[in-house]
Design a protein around this ligand. Sequence first.
Ligand code: NAP
Length: 245
Amino acid sequence: MNKVVLITGASRGIGASIAKKMASKNYNIVINYNNSKLKALKLKEEIENQYHVKVLVIKADVSNEDEVKKMIDESIKEFGKLNCLVNNAGLAIDTCFEDKTVQNFQKILNTNLIGPFLTSKYAFKYLEKEENSSIINISSTNGIDTIYSESLDYDASKAGLISLTKNLALQFSPKIRVNSVAPGWVKTDMNNNLDPNFVKEEERKILLERFANPEEIANVVAFLASDEATYINSEVIRVDGGFYS
Ligand code: NAP
């Protein structure tokens, strides 16, 4: 019987790549989206045609407790179990310091930090029933040591997510492994509006001299979920091409 993975924010970007990669490993997939319904439905079709696994698409705002609870219930109703939860949904609202608002700061924390808390809170009783189950939180090098004042709210949310990873690993031990992947720059919509000169400057700080493709993040997530990673727990894995600021 196929394993089951729920990926938040899987309608596009890194989440969509994780969905495809996990499907290639024969997981049945729960694709969560918030706004991008058409993209989520198109991805479902693509994955089902290519990998012949089952895909369930669920709309839920990860910062809304009722919607998260419903999403977990619906996933269990459809598949009967959950082996892996990937907390990937994320939001950045980059502005200069003067334009930062409490409202936006809270929105970012609610999505990037409270969201993974809520999904973990409602998924854990199903995850703990399965062998080698795990939670993988997509943090960022911005939560470790790359500092950009334009994204100070985002950076704080990602540092918080690393702290949450460690606490949940303790809370759910020894049943569920909880790890974090911390990407550097990745080619997704999130970075579409960057100034090309800024991109060049950043690329010069990366030993591989380029931003990552989303698939290069998905590969690490699939490894962490797999039976090759049964002794990796409470860990943060940087995937940044060798970044030196
Ligand atoms: P992206 O292309 O902007 O996609 C963001 C995804 O998150 C979308 O699928 C979006 O869904 C979903 N999302 C946002 N708010 C949500 C909410 N409240 N509830 C449910 N889903 C929500 O971003 P990405 O680059 O793929 O980023 C994925 C993760 O990697 C994020 O956590 C991000 O912080 C992290 N990350 C990205 C980079 C990078 O350079 N791109 C670097 C480090 C870490 P809808 O479109 O359906 O609303």
